[in-house]
Design a protein around this ligand. Structure first.
Ligand code: HEM
Length: 544
């Protein structure tokens, strides 16, 4: 009907325009064009918005943005209590759909049309390289390739090669406890130690490099990444309100991100170049070697054009380093910092972990991954840390590749979809007293087994679930259990107890605090663990 009327209108207008002698008719024509345009806009708007998930009202142009009064994940959690498990909110010109129920997140994220990423300026800057911000065929192939490479380097729950992953991690853990031991119970900022140790695990896996915390290259490299995260927050605002792009501050932030990316890419490229020089197909040392081998194989098999969707191999390697480094460092470091905060706040729970370690591992060696099944309380403590202080409270934003429905609501193409993990982990209907830190909620009634409910989802769910979850779990266990096996953690005299209000960014991290690490009669780091680690690290990995 509407199409027919618009057709009639167009014919009539054409007729009038031909008869240019009549200016009154021209104005009438323009008026009708305007009305038709408004009508078609309203029609499209009504068709998509009549069935959107419910949500709060916002202001014109700005949407709900001026009404945000607290950290974004907390604001959205409060809205989810009011509007339900699927709700929508307009931030500037962007429609956001928030999922705050684990079943709804699972239902959406198992479907292909929810597996895209938002099309914003940052995404354009990355130009389809890497893994986190890629989509479609490129993303699928990269995910498969990286998953297989990570398994090859031992990122699996059991089986051959796992000890190699453990050795990479233990190498850093032992260095860290060695450094802490030299402080002889003086107050330290554990965060800065963890920063370089956790970075080194991922750097060793990606590019066989490790840094000392005072290495100027490392300091520059991490400060560029930190800056990038901060600047990203500034440019993200312009993603919601495009008019902000006209402000000089936005241009400055955007250009700075570009400059930083260029400098970091140069640094990554120097590592790729060194790898190419010393490359040996019979000794694949790390993920970068894995990529170089894949590029060579593709050349020999005549499929170079198809590899990375025809994109540049060097740029893909650079962005993979960037993506894996940013996804795998801050998250693990933040979780370990929170674990320290809870160990300080709950000294009797810290003591219970230490008793369990003493009785299962004994005082003669450090904990290993093989001990994990026999340490239910230690594992439950870490799981409770990941629940109570969800490191990535908003998950990573997805976007829809086409208009679809969810729970009876219309979700238009290009909608940003947020999996609100924080709301799931703090839901009073799923967890008794969710504010209370209580590792026992992850234990069976007799306390001998770890029980993980399906609504515990720190790594997300579905097609884009965290690619590094196996590595992350191994790191969290080995760092945390070894630190507590070696030291008693206490608050420096006169210091105030770190509180549970975090600093919200891409992750939520604790405010900075200091801790004293008092040795627990393993004076020197255990020699046998160090020897095994060194032997394992010196074994070459086979090419595949
Ligand atoms: C405590 C540690 C970690 C937590 C809590 C965590 C959590 C998450 C979450 C919530 C997502 C988003 C899933 C989604 O988009 O729906 C994610 C994605 C991802 N994570 Fe992790 N992560 C951790 C450690 C790691 C590590 C160590 C690595 C690297 C080895 C890693 C690599 C990735 C990658 C590559 C993605 C993007 C996957 C994709 O887009 O297909 N993560 N992670």
């Amino acid at each position: 009907m509407i199409v027919w009327s618009l057709g009639r209108l167009a014919t009539w207008m054409l007729h009038l325009i031909v008869d240019t002698s009549c200016s009154e008719s021209l104005w009438t024509t323009l008026f009708f064009i305007f009305v038709a345009w408004i009508a078609s806009y309203l029609w499209r708007w009504w068709r998509t918005s009549r069935n959107l998930p419910p949500g709060p009202l916002g202001y014109p142009i700005l949407g709900y943005l001026p009404r945000i009064k607290r950290d974004f994940h907390e604001e959205l959690t409060a809205l989810s209590r009011q509007y339900g498990s699927v709700f929508s909110v307009k931030l500037g010109s962007e429609l956001i759909v928030v999922l705050s129920d684990h079943k709804m997140i699972r239902e959406a994220f198992r479907r292909e049309e929810f597996a895209c990423r938002p099309d914003n300026d940052f995404m354009k800057l990355l130009d389809g390289y890497g893994i986190i911000n890629t989509e479609g065929k490129m993303w699928k192939e990269q995910r498969r390739f990286l998953h297989e490479r990570l398994r090859h380097f031992g990122m699996k729950h059991m089986g051959d090669g796992r000890e190699k992953m453990e050795a990479r991690i233990m190498n850093e853990v032992l260095e860290l406890v060695g450094d802490l031991a030299t402080k002889k119970s003086d107050p330290v900022d554990l965060g800065s130690y963890l920063s370089s140790s956790v970075s080194n695990v991922i750097c060793s896996l990606l590019m066989s490099v490790r840094f000392r915390p005072d290495d100027p290259k490392f300091i520059r490299f991490t400060s560029l990444i930190d800056d990038g995260f901060k600047l990203f927050t500034v440019t993200a605002a312009a993603g919601f309100i495009p008019i902000l792009k006209l402000l000089p501050g936005f241009n400055y932030a955007f250009n700075k991100i570009q400059q930083n990316l260029k400098e970091i890419s140069g640094f990554y490229q120097s590592i790729v170049d060194e790898h190419k020089k010393s490359f040996d197909p019979n000794n694949i040392r790390d993920i970068i070697d894995g990529y170089i081998l894949e590029i060579q194989n593709a050349k020999e098999e005549g499929r170079s054009e198809k590899l990375f969707n025809g994109k540049n191999g060097d740029r893909q390697m650079q962005q993979i380093i960037g993506d894996m480094f940013s996804a795998g460092t801050e998250t693990v470091k933040t979780t370990l910092q929170w674990a320290t905060v809870f160990a300080l706040r709950e000294p009797h729970m810290q003591a219970r972990v230490q008793e369990e370690l003493d009785s299962v591992v004994g005082r003669g060696r450090m904990p290993s991954l093989d001990d994990l099944p026999n340490l239910p309380y230690t594992e439950a403590f870490m799981l409770e840390v990941m629940r109570r202080a969800t490191a990535v409270p908003l998950g990573t934003t997805h976007s829809t590749s086409r208009t679809t429905t969810l729970n009876g609501y219309t979700i238009p193409k290009g909608t940003q979809v947020i999996p609100l993990i924080h709301a799931v982990h703090m839901s009073p209907s799923l967890w008794k007293d969710p504010e209370v830190f209580n590792p026992e909620r992850f234990l069976s009634a007799d306390g001998t087994k770890v029980v993980k409910p399906e609504y515990f989802i720190p790594f997300g769910v579905g097609r884009r679930v965290c690619l590094g979850d196996v590595l992350a779990k191994a790191e969290l266990f080995l760092f945390f259990s070894t630190i507590l096996h070696t030291f008693k953690l206490t608050l420096p005299q006169g210091a105030t107890m770190p509180d549970l209000r975090g600093q919200a960014g891409v992750t939520v991290s604790p405010q900075s605090f200091q801790v004293c690490a008092e040795g627990r009669d393993i004076e020197k780091v255990d020699e046998s663990t160090r020897e095994t680690t060194e032997i394992l690290l010196s074994c070459p990995a086979s090419a595949q």
